[in-house]
Design a protein around this ligand. Structure first.
Ligand code: 5FU
Length: 276
């Protein structure tokens, strides 16, 4: 028998976690009644900030790729942090670290972006093995940060399947203090352990590849609906990018409407899950 966290509310699940970033995310979801994360993949600071201010009231988390911003400076980080306080959301830099421990520790703490100093959550590919977790944790754990491991991807033909996924989940279980969950396409509960073993690890699953109006893009992205992701696959957070801001990041009224639409779809699917 497996303890199922899927029927617990986000509020109840706060107590399953010790990591401050995991607690913060669950508290924010419970407080704001949203499991929507928006991925702000634009190249100009002005658009980046306008989208965040527009979607802020509807999200639990803002996901960034700061390395695509052409006019990046430290002031942008201050503005992002101010919005995180104003709108009450968690920050996740989607850096996808993938190197040896010593290198990722430097990439996480230093360089132009100094990710560890402002991003509550970041993520890593498990491909180098457990040393990537030790490297990132040497920087992030003292700061109260959390790490997500990419155990699956949303793209066509992904190699993150089968025993790769299983081994990655095992790696996470061995580092519960810093690894708070996964980027994956379904619940990872019970993955990589024997069927009759109780799985007492409540990991968060954040899921990209979510769209209500399209099935994918021309570069291998695949979309599923919030209902498929949250209710049918047992994920916790929907990550939506272009489905919300489309091709025109300056059309903030339209962006607000879309953010509300995704927030409502995600929350409805969650309510159906916890009450089933
Ligand atoms: F790990 C992953 C993944 O498997 N699929 C993704 O799409 C990450 N992503 C990110 O989510 C990707 O880098 C984008 O930042 C975002 C999805 O954006 P979209 O506009 O909703 O397709």
């Amino acid at each position: 028998m497996m303890a199922s966290f899927l029927r617990q509310t986000y509020g109840q699940r706060i107590h399953n976690h010790n990591n401050p970033a995991a607690k913060l995310l669950l508290e924010t979801m419970e407080r704001k009644k949203t499991n929507l994360a928006v991925s702000v993949d634009v190249t100009k600071s002005k658009d980046f900030l306008a989208i965040i201010d527009a979607v802020g009231p509807f999200v639990c988390l803002i996901k960034t790729h700061v390395d695509i911003i052409e006019d990046f400076d430290q002031l942008l980080i201050k503005q992002l942090q101010d919005f995180s306080v104003k709108h009450d959301f968690v920050i996740f830099e989607d850096r996808k670290f993938a190197d040896i421990g010593n290198t990722v520790a430097l990439q996480y703490s230093s360089g132009v972006h100094k990710i560890a100093s402002w991003s509550h959550i970041t993520n890593a590919h498990p491909v180098p093995g457990p040393s990537i977790i030790s490297g990132l944790s040497s920087i992030g754990l003292p700061l109260g940060r959390g790490l997500l491991l990419l155990t699956e991807m949303s793209t066509k033909g992904t190699l993150a399947v089968g025993s790769y996924t299983e081994e990655a989940v095992r790696m996470a279980r061995a580092h519960r203090d810093f690894v708070i969950g996964f980027i994956a396409q379904r619940s990872m509960q019970g993955i990589g352990i024997q069927a009759d073993t109780v799985d007492g690890d409540d990991f968060l699953v954040l899921t990209p590849g979510v769209g209500l109006d399209a099935k994918g893009d021309s570069m291998g992205q695949q979309y599923r609906t919030p209902r498929q992701v949250i209710l049918e696959s047992g994920c916790d957070v929907i990550i939506v990018g272009r489905g919300i801001y489309g091709k025109d990041p300056s059309f903030v009224d339209g962006i607000r409407v879309q953010a509300k639409r995704y927030m409502e779809a995600g929350w409805e699917a969650y309510q159906e899950r916890v009450s089933s």
